[in-house]
Unconditional design. Structure first.
Length: 133
């Protein structure tokens, strides 16, 4: 069955754009790195430090909280940088590139939001004593 004459060219081009694999050297995972890094960094920061305080409050040193907070925010920044580099030259109006850019920007905004949570948790661990009398 030949559809070339019955189907308009722009419809065929759109279908080919959806099914075409990414260009060589482009990672499909890179735009997602900001979202992945933000969620894992905040989750690990929250869970590890809360478990430390729950099971042995003597481990809750203020310096450790600050170090963990800086490490979590640095991990989020690395993920955001990878996402940004992967989409910074994409044209947002072209089919698939718009989706890649959307995921990258969403991940960077999530990193910004969760970095505020990490900052507040770090501040609380720095100000409030771990072992309350």
């Amino acid at each position: 069955l030949e559809l070339g004459g019955a189907v308009r060219r722009h419809l065929l081009d759109a279908a080919m754009d959806v099914t075409r694999p990414d260009a060589p050297g482009r990672s499909r995972l890179a735009p997602w790195m900001a979202l992945i890094a933000a969620v894992t960094a905040e989750g690990l920061h929250h869970q590890v430090l809360s478990d430390m305080l729950r099971f042995d409050c003597r481990l809750g040193d203020a310096r450790l909280f600050v170090l963990a907070g800086v490490a979590a925010i640095a991990w989020m920044a690395v993920g955001a940088w990878i996402s940004w580099v992967s989409v910074r030259h994409d044209d947002a109006m072209e089919g698939r590139q718009g989706g890649r850019r959307f995921i990258a920007v969403l991940g960077m905004l999530m990193g910004l939001l969760l970095s505020v949570a990490v900052a507040w948790q770090t501040f609380a661990g720095w100000v409030v004593p771990a072992c309350a009398p």
